[in-house]
Design a protein around this ligand. Structure first.
Ligand SMILES: [Zn+2]
Length: 344
């Protein structure tokens, strides 16, 4: 008898099948161990739906919004293989999304444009369409369908890796409004899973996680898990803690350890946009994320403008001098003083 994986994807893994665009219309589905319905909603969109029992959490795991960020894609491929082989029990409703298969296949961050700026309903129907825009619209629809179902908690992790290094090797960006108990609980869990820093940002943004948080009311995070490497070159042990955490969460038994690591918490101090072609960043181009600066340091200049550090503890994030005019070129963050663990 053929295995569940063979029934869904033939001789291939989920990711191989997705990159081959072998998907057939009509939502093929089957029932695996523990009475879990598996449904292939679209190419690279796979839903696991445990039947019966109490209300489940809905968890969206997305990877490959940027096609060259391979480690999360490998992690998810292994997870699907293990679920279908009965090695991981699915006790929550789970949607797995390979976001940008064309870019992954091409080994590129993007085909036409940065997909993580396109999760915004207002971009629909524009004349200047692109592969990324079509796919982001589809993924917004599936996210709405998925999180439209009744659930106990609604959670989204969008997994990335970065080209730039970081003082905090693994960190998260939280687009969730402050003060929600579930966000606080999730931040404790992420610390336990080895995430060293969490930036809370309520600035307007069209990332995948900001869309699910702001439009669908989900507790969402962009997770930056380390450096981007080609397929096969990732050291999966670097991701062991987060993989374990995700597996436990899917399996339904998540507990906070008594002695756990706690992530440092940051907020946005300022966002610096490029206003003219005269814009310059005044530090080395290969600087790592979360590098701290001193009061009085000048970080950026533009025509009639400069950014000077005014408070101790300010650090830089996502610097990019080469963005288009009007786009964000630098984020300045500082410790969130509401969290005492920042002072430890
Ligand atoms: Zn990315």
């Amino acid at each position: 008898m053929s295995t569940f994986q063979e029934q869904l994807f033939g001789e291939q893994s989920f990711v191989q099948f997705t990159l081959d665009e072998a998907f057939i219309e009509g939502r093929p589905s089957l029932i695996i161990d523990n009475n879990v319905v598996v449904e292939l909603w679209d190419n690279g969109v796979l839903c696991f739906h445990p039947q019966g029992g109490t209300l489940k959490n809905s968890i969206l795991l997305s990877v490959g919004v940027h096609g060259n960020e391979t480690a999360p894609i490998e992690i998810i491929d292994q997870l699907v293989t293990d679920i279908l082989a009965g090695k991981v029990a699915v006790r929550q409703t789970l949607l797995i999304v390979i976001a940008n298969p064309k870019a992954i296949k091409a080994g590129r961050r993007e085909i036409d444009e940065n997909m993580n700026r396109l999760f915004n309903g207002a971009l629909t129907g524009k004349d200047e369409d692109s592969d990324e825009r079509r796919r982001s619209r589809t993924l917004m629809d599936y996210s709405r369908d998925f999180f439209g179902m009744d659930a106990h908690k609604k959670i989204h992790y969008d997994l990335h890796t970065a080209i730039r290094g970081s003082v905090y090797k693994q960190f998260a960006v939280s687009p969730n409004a402050g003060g929600r108990a579930e966000t606080g609980h999730q931040c404790l869990l992420l610390g336990q899973w080895g995430i060293e820093a969490i930036l809370t940002t309520t600035q307007k943004s069209a990332t995948f996680s900001a869309f699910t948080a702001n439009t669908l009311g989900v507790t969402s995070f962009t997770l930056e898990l380390g450096s981007a490497k080609p397929f096969g070159k990732n050291n999966i042990t670097e991701f062991a803690a987060i993989v374990t955490g995700l597996r436990e969460m899917i399996g339904g038994d998540v507990d906070l350890a008594a002695e756990r690591k706690v992530a440092k918490r940051f907020i946005v101090a300022a966002e610096v946009s490029k206003k003219t072609e005269a814009f310059r960043l005044l530090f080395a181009s290969d600087i790592v994320n979360f590098t701290p600066f001193n009061v009085g340091d000048v970080l950026a200049t533009d025509k009639d403008y400069q950014y000077i550090v005014t408070k101790s503890g300010e650090r830089i994030l996502f610097p990019n001098e080469n963005v288009a005019i009007g786009q964000r070129a630098l984020v300045i963050v500082r410790p969130d003083e509401n969290y005492t663990e920042n002072t430890l």
